[in-house]
Design a protein around this ligand. Structure first.
Ligand SMILES: NC(=O)c1ccc[n+]([C@@H]2O[C@H](COP(=O)([O-])OP(=O)(O)OC[C@H]3O[C@@H](n4cnc5c(N)ncnc54)[C@H](O)[C@@H]3O)[C@@H](O)[C@H]2O)c1
Ligand SMILES: O=c1ccn([C@@H]2O[C@H](COP(=O)(O)OP(=O)(O)O[C@H]3O[C@H](CO)[C@@H](O)[C@H](O)[C@H]3O)[C@@H](O)[C@H]2O)c(=O)[nH]1
Length: 435
């Protein structure tokens, strides 16, 4: 079976590599010519540890190739996976212009039966809409070609993309015909995973519902962290005790600075926009977003109160990306924190192993350091914003010497408060007693 993947962004490139590793011949297609040129030179358009070597291997052995020519690629493939972006529009709803454009292009060049698989995260009803667009393009060409439209949402996590794509916990397939079901079953036959066949609409909803639920767990624990601080209880212990109940489970109960990234913020907003369009309010989800939007301010108010004022203070920011193991800064809490510090006239120096260049484009005028210690030199306080291992592993005993004051605000509860206190730090996390 030959495979084409339309859109060679984060999901498209990582799933193309995963499909190649499963023995398929894969063509990655993108309308960004520069990206295609670089991919063919084995250069990834994003940071993902260890992936460039694997990409190079599959390019060199001819398993994987990249092009901007959709028509030619379609003739050579049986299944087309669509992984183009669906970013948030001004009103929060999903911007479907790229998936619609791809559907038009497919309909205008398709010559025989294909299975068109939507991996992009799209609102309920989009699959049916895309099917209509393809049909009307075929009609314009006076062709009566059959095709199947399948929804196969992607659940991979950034930083762990290849692992998640090769060993998915579950595969959800929404399809409408036995033929499409058989082809999808055959395609995934070597992947050991739970498989759920359902309708296209259900599959579309499963993706939004999953992200909304995980986001809900995070906002729940973050709101609980606020009350823990007022009741002299420790959110880390509370989450641990809660998570020991298998019905609750310990994942996504890490209190912190709120969720960021390219998915949770936009997907929760898109589901809310859909709910509003359907005149069915989702009050819990609204609160989830509200807690998330206020979490960094809540944290920064504590920083300001502890330091009396931020004006003229030197602050070291450790970590800029929305989570470790990525260079992605979309919706990263660090951006709100930098903005807060600028507004309160603090001086800052920021360090991140991978995200600096991306943040520089938004905030060119703040100081960036090339090591954590350089950022910490002379600082009145340190803010841990992303829990990179390199940041957790700082030699905190010796690092104290470069600081002006030994104060650490840990936005990820990444360090041990008792150890930090023993080392002589004034240490404050999220939802834990200060030490
Ligand atoms: N990033 C993640 O971790 C993740 C995980 C699961 C699902 N998703 C979903 O997958 C989709 C893609 O996300 P992403 O992060 O890979 O996006 P991205 O922005 O990194 O990549 C999208 C790619 O599509 C290309 N593109 C746009 N229009 C095109 C067209 N007409 N023809 C060919 N290529 C075109 C762009 O040039 C870009 O390379 C989104 O719907 C997202 O919600 C993302
Ligand atoms: O207990 C937790 C877990 C996560 N986060 C934050 O939540 C955000 C998202 O984290 P994560 O889910 O690990 O990252 P993503 O790569 O955005 O992956 C999510 O979004 C993808 C895109 O839809 C889905 O495919 C994945 O299943 C889903 O986990 C990050 O800012 C994390 O810091 C917390 O604050 N506390």
């Amino acid at each position: 079976m030959k495979v084409a993947v339309i859109g060679t962004g984060y999901v498209g490139t990582t799933t193309s590599i995963a499909f190649a590793s499963q023995g398929y011949k894969v063509i990655g297609i993108d309308n960004d010519e520069e990206k295609i040129k670089r991919l063919n030179q084995s250069k990834l358009p994003f940071y993902e540890e260890g992936l460039d070597g694997i990409l190079q291997k599959y390019i060199l052995d001819g398993t994987l190739s990249f092009t901007s020519n959709l028509e030619e690629s379609m003739e050579q493939c049986d299944i087309l996976f669509v992984t183009v972006g669906t970013p948030a529009s001004q009103d929060g709803s999903a911007d479907l212009s790229s998936v619609i454009e791809v559907a038009r292009q497919i309909g205008s060049v398709m010559k025989d039966y294909k299975v068109i698989v939507i991996k992009s995260t799209v609102p309920i009803g989009t699959g049916a809409k895309l099917k209509n667009i393809i049909q009307s393009e075929l009609k314009k060409r006076q062709l009566d070609i059959s095709f199947d439209l399948v929804s196969n949402p992607e659940f991979l996590r950034q930083g762990k993309a290849l692992h998640d794509a090769v060993y998915p916990e579950r595969i959800v397939i929404g399809c409408e015909t036995d033929k499409a079901r058989e082809i999808m079953e055959e395609f995934y036959k070597n992947v050991k995973s739970k498989l759920l066949f359902t309708t296209v609409r259900d599959a579309e909803m499963i993706k939004y519902a999953s992200n909304a639920f995980l986001a809900t767990k995070i906002s729940f624990i973050n709101e609980l962290a606020r009350i823990c601080e007022k009741t002299e209880t420790n959110i880390v212990q509370v989450a641990k005790g809660m998570g020991m109940d298998s019905r609750i489970n310990p994942q996504f109960l890490q209190a912190g600075l709120g969720f960021g990234g390219s998915c949770f913020p936009k997907d929760t907003k898109a589901l809310l926009a859909l709910a509003s369009e359907k005149e069915t309010p989702m009050n819990i989800l609204k609160a989830v977003l509200h807690v998330n939007q206020t979490q960094t301010d809540w944290f920064m108010e504590k920083v300001k109160k502890t330091l009396n004022s931020l004006s003229g203070k030197r602050i070291a920011i450790l970590g800029l990306t929305f989570k470790p193991q990525t260079d992605d800064i979309r919706e990263a809490p660090s951006l709100k924190i930098i903005n807060y510090l600028i507004k309160h006239k603090a001086h800052m120096a920021a360090y991140d192993p991978q995200g600096t260049e991306n943040v520089k484009k938004i905030y060119p005028d703040i100081r960036y350091a090339t090591t954590p210690l350089e950022a910490m030199a002379g600082a009145d306080a340190v803010l841990i914003v992303t829990e990179w291992k390199e940041i957790i592993d700082i030699d905190w005993k010796n690092a104290k010497r470069v600081l002006s004051q030994p104060i650490v605000f840990d936005g990820r509860n990444a360090l041990d408060s008792a150890i930090m206190s023993k080392l002589g730090y004034y240490y404050m996390g999220v939802g834990i007693l200060k030490s």
